[in-house]
Design a protein around this ligand. Structure first.
Ligand SMILES: Nc1ncnc2c1ncn2[C@@H]1O[C@H](COP(=O)(O)OP(=O)(O)OP(=O)(O)O)[C@@H](O)[C@H]1O
Ligand SMILES: [Mg+2]
Length: 359
């Protein structure tokens, strides 16, 4: 497998839609790298640029150490799986899987051997005589993957391959794909707008918004050290709570709380923000609902409890704010007024103008 790299790539459609802007990242050999972002942020455009289906306005595309800007798609040796799977309806599953090898004049015994092996790996050996219309969405998806895998390419480009599957099959296939590509040692660039897929499958995630990279990091980094309010609220469900506040001489002061600076490790970084407004970010799991006590300065009103089975998502109103909190599944929803406790060591602080992380 190979490294796949983009250097300062720009792409504009019809002279006005600036689809991707100054995109630079590198997927290492054997890495599972995910492009994550909302609809229209440029994910598919980046894959199409890598595959050679679009030409960049500027910048370099490098596969396996070689600049490929001028190399046609067929010679780039990367396999793309489209969201729609793009199977040939008149061909059997066998022929759909073998089609690229046939085009390359691979001998019949050789491609037959490879089709049988790959279809066995993907659990579709008993479907080889069927046509795509006689397959379920999940089976079609495997055929499209088999067709990509059999080529033994330098890298895989997968555009939302699970989006047509129902929730249960999605979850199962997510794990299977992760395992399969790790066994192949494959370099994978995977596109999704599903944060759970991105978090569970990837070595690293590239978060995009409006064609611009916001952050590149491991799932752990993206979740725990989000670089701005966009990344902070795009990843995590329910979303991180964002609350306006201010840093005075010794405290971070916001509607719900006053957090003394001295309790925060690395607090010296905050000295230069003293006197400034800030946005305080708190993840729902870093707030605890307590029973209301008389010395409590705030009383939170429970407006909604949503039990997922494992946990209860609680929506609270408190001093004109709406807060999301994750409580245990055993949470007693009969209390209407409760207190809250915030874990100060897990707060995030952002600049209110730029949205960038300051702590
Ligand atoms: N051929 C095209 N002509 C004009 N605009 C285009 C073209 N292809 C894409 N765009 C625009 O470029 C932007 C990025 O599109 P892209 O398909 O890459 O988004 P995406 O992140 O894959 O979105 P989704 O999650 O909905 O698939 C969008 O604003 C889109 O409308
Ligand atoms: Mg897309």
């Amino acid at each position: 497998m190979a490294e796949i790299e983009l250097r300062q790539i720009n792409k504009t459609f019809a002279k006005k839609v600036n689809a991707v802007k100054d995109i630079t990242f590198k997927a290492n050999d054997g890495e599972f790298l995910t492009l994550l972002g909302p609809s229209g942020c440029g994910k598919s455009t980046i894959l199409r640029l890598l595959a050679g289906l679009e030409m960049p306005d500027s910048g370099e595309i490098i596969i396996d150490g070689k600049k490929v800007n001028d190399i046609p798609p067929a010679d780039r040796d990367v396999a793309m799986v489209f969201q729609s799977y793009a199977l040939y309806p008149h061909m059997t599953v066998f022929d759909n899987i073998a089609v690229n090898l046939r085009l390359r004049k691979v001998k019949k015994e050789e491609f037959t051997r490879r089709v049988l092996k790959t279809s066995k790996t993907l659990g579709i050996s008993d479907l080889l005589d069927r046509r795509p219309r006689a397959l379920s969405g999940g089976q079609r998806q495997r055929v499209a993957l088999a067709r990509a895998i059999i080529r033994n390419p330098k890298g895989f480009l997968l555009d939302e391959p699970l989006s047509n599957l129902d929730a249960a099959l999605r979850e199962k296939t997510r794990g299977e794909l992760k395992l399969l590509f790790s066994q192949l040692g494959a370099t994978v660039i995977y596109v999704t707008h599903d944060q759970i897929e991105a978090m569970t499958m990837s070595h690293r995630i590239v978060v995009l918004k409006d064609g611009v990279i916001q952050q590149i990091g491991t799932p752990h980094e993206i979740y725990n050290v989000p670089i701005n309010t966009f990344v902070a609220t795009f990843i995590g469900s329910p979303k991180m709570n964002l609350i306006h506040g201010k840093i005075d001489d010794d405290n971070i002061v916001f509607t719900l709380n006053k957090i003394p600076l001295f309790v925060l490790p690395g607090k010296d970084r905050l000295r230069k923000y003293i006197g400034n407004d800030v946005i305080v970010g708190i993840r729902p799991e870093d707030i605890t609902v307590t029973s209301r006590s008389h010395d409590e300065t705030h009383n939170a009103q429970i407006v909604l409890c949503e039990l997922t089975g494992q946990q209860t998502m609680v929506t609270l109103h408190i001093d004109g704010l709406e807060l999301k909190v994750i409580a245990p599944s055993s949470f007693d929803a009969s209390e209407k007024l409760v207190g809250i406790k915030i874990d100060p060591l897990h707060i995030h602080l952002f600049d209110p103008l730029s949205g960038q992380k300051i702590y």
